[in-house]
Design a protein around this ligand. Structure first.
Ligand code: PBG
Length: 325
């Protein structure tokens, strides 16, 4: 048998395979989500996210130092708000002495070069567990946007590098950009969760922050998973309104969306490898059904192949350690 083209030649050895690899992972690709709790010396494992923790500020700072030493450049902060501070206005979200604001300051004081991002949405602060203000059983858009502008400015005041609005209200990116400009925060960026789908895979995260919706679901603001063109519309509008980075979320079931958005926009694209995706790999590995380390690297590489420039993932630390092997 004589063949003109033998595709296996480029797969012969690890050397040639690595030379022709089209995608690769580095520590620069990762954004590490961190869950922060009140108290001191507190470290609580999240039941639905094995080996992932909610920590008080002091232990979070310790973790951030370790992440920096591993070559990781960015963290994305989430806080667990005390029940007694939750209400329907979300006002704790812009308390200058709130847990988020204190966390930003502590991290920037300890590791000034770490690029700090914060989740911007009302759900951890909402007595209804929704991302916006509720009126007559509805999540109202424009009032919520006003709250998100205040929240973003207060994170900026505390020293955040980039805010990441994850609420999916209409017009919030433009409003936040304008709010930051007016307050003089011209260096604070916006990573828009542009194509954020109403997904069952957020379940473990909502356990972590005790932020599950108290009534209904999030389908009147998060996207319908049947849709593809709409994701491109959302991303293009966010870029126009001033987003510096656009995000697709969840990750694995939405790789087609990552590629579509990447092809459509002229800003970096990030993807969120969310809690349910983490939990699935952890659970299957625990059962002995898949090799965890290999599943992590294959999953994360698939995001790069799909077109993601950045990956928010609970596996960042594991991945960096595996890459250094
Ligand atoms: C809050 C928010 C959610 C996630 C990030 N920001 C949950 C939600 O929208 O209900 C999910 C992250 C994950 O599941 O890992 N707006």
């Amino acid at each position: 048998m004589y063949l003109q083209r033998r595709n296996r030649i480029l797969r012969t050895t690890p050397a040639i395979r690595s030379m022709v690899a089209e995608s690769s992972l580095t520590p620069n690709d990762f954004i590490v989500p961190l869950f922060i709790d009140e108290g001191e010396n507190v470290e609580t494992e999240i039941a639905s996210m094995p080996n992932y923790y909610r920590r008080s500020i002091d232990l979070t700072v310790k973790e951030v130092k370790e992440l920096w030493s591993l070559g990781i450049k960015s963290v994305l902060l989430f806080i667990k708000c005390k029940d007694e501070l939750k209400d329907n206005t979300g006002r704790e979200a812009w308390n200058p002495d709130g847990l988020m604001q204190r966390s930003i300051k502590a991290i920037k004081d300890a590791v000034p070069e770490m690029y700090v991002m914060t989740d911007v949405a009302l759900d951890p602060y909402s007595s209804y567990g929704h991302d916006g203000i509720v009126k007559d059983g509805e999540i109202v858009n424009d009032l919520t946007v006003e709250a998100l502008v205040k929240m973003s400015a207060s994170h900026a005041e505390a020293g955040v590098d980039m805010v990441a609005p994850s609420d999916m209200m209409d017009g919030r990116i433009g409003a936040i950009r304008e709010g930051l400009e007016k307050a003089g925060f011209t260096k604070v960026g916006i990573m828009a969760y542009s194509a954020k789908y109403a997904s069952c895979f957020y379940g473990p995260f909502r356990n972590a922050l005790d932020s599950a919706p108290g009534f209904g679901d999030k389908k009147t603001y998060q996207m319908d998973y049947a849709n593809r063109t709409e994701a491109v519309k959302e991303a293009l509008m966010d870029v126009e309104e001033g987003a510096d980075i656009v995000m697709v979320k969840p990750g694995l079931p939405y790789l087609d969306i990552v590629r579509d958005v990447k092809n459509a926009v002229d800003v970096p694209v990030s993807v969120y490898n969310i809690s349910g995706e983490y939990a699935m790999i952890k659970a299957a590995a625990k059962m002995g059904w898949i090799n965890e380390d290999k599943a992590i690297l294959e999953t994360l590489t698939s995001f790069k192949r799909a077109g993601a420039d950045l990956i928010a993932t609970y596996f960042a630390k594991d991945a960096v350690k595996l890459l250094n092997h």
